[in-house]
Design a protein around this ligand. Structure first.
Ligand SMILES: Nc1ncnc2c1ncn2[C@@H]1O[C@H](COP(=O)(O)OP(=O)(O)O)[C@@H](O)[C@H]1O
Ligand SMILES: [Mg+2]
Length: 423
């Protein structure tokens, strides 16, 4: 995998004394490996900023007004256990507080006065240990048993037809004899898969996230059997429930589904966050969807660049142009030149067929299999499935195929992200 450069450790400084914050900032600036993402004057502000900025490390003073450092540490270490670690900064003679802080979940401590070297090495050591601890907590994905192909549908723009494609692709694959298909809605806040299939899920991925350990029985119990024969894992019923679902859950769910389904189709949100990144990482094929409109092409270009920097093979990505508009859209040649790649599949604009299919919740590949747009979905099946007719790659070749390491690219993603955030 290609490295995008080591990502700097993102630090949040929480101290009520402006001079102390300045001093810490200065000490950290001597070393190129840190970026100070924010500063807080009290514990309450530290918690709010930590939730927003998701720093790797919070340097936390103990005695602060409004909310003290120990209470803030307790909140951060419970609510942000997978993203942020607290390093307590105390003065000599505060040993009792220090014990309390460690019990509250602080992962490291510094006793004033300390040198720049001590500061840097404590943050580094704490950060490294945190990464190891989190890796231990990641549910192991049974790689050896992976049989199915994971196909993730993504676009950095909404309304391009991503869900329409995911639903119809799943339904089309489900028509094949003995082909087990699972469709997973990872647009966790505003997923449309269930409604596009005219179903009302009782259980969703949020119910899986509530379990202490994710196993195939739990996943299977949350799947909904659809009349097309496919199984559906719906997104949470309410947007606020989406927060409970982490990339760990997603990795476990996709890994387990790929053990017993021939195809796992994943409809991602338009955000390039940890959830989407896990869906992209674990995919055998990424279907990047764009329309012929300028913003969609601009975003597709950015996505392709990011995917390249994440080390994804170009062959892992298929490009679909959805509902091209002849009158207003960009010319195909222009698009291919801009994106420096060929469009793999053209999904025609066929409102007459797609709109009623969406409104009624019946995939058009079922209700209107002869329509142009349904034929395009069949082309898509060939593009995303190297085992389809005319292709000699045997299914066994995919058995035990190792998905790209999510943890690795998550780190790279963090560095790309911080490049954007910090200029
Ligand atoms: N091929 C198509 N032809 C005509 N209209 C389409 C087509 N694909 C999608 N649409 C319309 O675009 C709307 C948005 O599609 P959707 O799949 O929900 O987008 P996304 O998931 O990318 O946000 C749909 O409600 C549908 O009416
Ligand atoms: Mg959608």
């Amino acid at each position: 995998m290609k490295q995008v450069g080591k990502s700097p450790i993102k630090v949040l400084i929480a101290d009520d004394m402006a001079a102390t914050r300045e001093n810490l900032k200065k000490l950290l600036s001597f070393d190129g490996g840190f970026v100070v993402a924010g500063e807080a004057e009290n514990g309450k502000e530290a918690v709010a900023l930590a939730k927003r900025l998701k720093p790797d490390i919070v340097l936390m003073d103990i005695n602060m007004p409004v909310m003290g450092g120990i209470e803030a540490t307790r909140v951060i270490s419970v609510e942000m256990a997978m993203t942020t670690a607290v390093v307590i900064v105390s003065v000599q003679g505060e040993q009792e507080y220090l014990k309390e802080a460690m019990a509250a979940g602080a992962r490291g401590y510094l006793v004033k006065p300390f040198s720049a070297d001590e500061l840097v090495s404590t943050i580094r050591r704490t950060h490294d240990m945190e990464i190891q601890r989190r890796a231990q907590l990641m549910p192991s994905i049974p790689l050896g048993k992976k049989l199915g192909r994971i196909i993730s549908v993504f676009s950095a723009k909404g309304g391009v037809g991503k869900t329409v494609i995911a639903v119809n692709l799943a339904a089309e694959l489900g028509k094949k004899k003995d082909c087990k298909v699972a469709l997973v809605d990872l647009d966790l806040q505003f997923g449309d898969v269930a409604i596009m299939l005219d179903t009302s899920p009782v259980r969703t991925i949020a119910d899986i996230a509530r379990e202490e350990e994710v196993d195939s029985e739990i996943v299977e119990a949350c799947l909904l059997a659809h009349s097309t024969g496919i199984r559906v894992l719906a997104s949470p019923l309410r947007p606020e429930q989406a927060e409970s679902v982490t990339d760990r859950h997603v990795a476990a769910v996709l890994g387990l589904l790929a053990e017993s389904y021939d195809f796992v189709i994943v409809d991602l949100s338009q955000r390039l966050d940890d959830i989407s990144l896990t869906g992209l990482d674990m995919a055998d094929t990424i279907l990047l969807v764009a329309t012929t409109e300028l913003p969609a092409i601009k975003n597709a270009k950015v996505c392709l660049e990011i995917m390249e920097s994440l080390g994804y093979e170009s062959s892992k990505i298929k490009l679909a142009l959805s509902k091209p508009s002849r009158e207003h859209g960009l010319d195909i040649n222009e698009i291919e030149k801009t994106l420096k790649r060929k469009v793999d599949v053209h999904i025609p604009n066929e409102e007459r067929v797609v709109s009623p299919s969406v409104s009624k919740g019946t995939p058009f590949v079922i209700s209107n299999p002869g329509a142009k747009v349904s034929l395009a979905i069949r082309d898509l099946v060939k593009a995303v499935n190297p085992q389809s007719e005319g292709n000699t790659v045997s299914k066994k070749a995919f058995k035990g195929q190792k998905p790209t390491s999510h943890k690795k690219s998550a780190g790279i993603f963090a560095s790309i992200f911080s490049m954007f955030v910090n200029g």
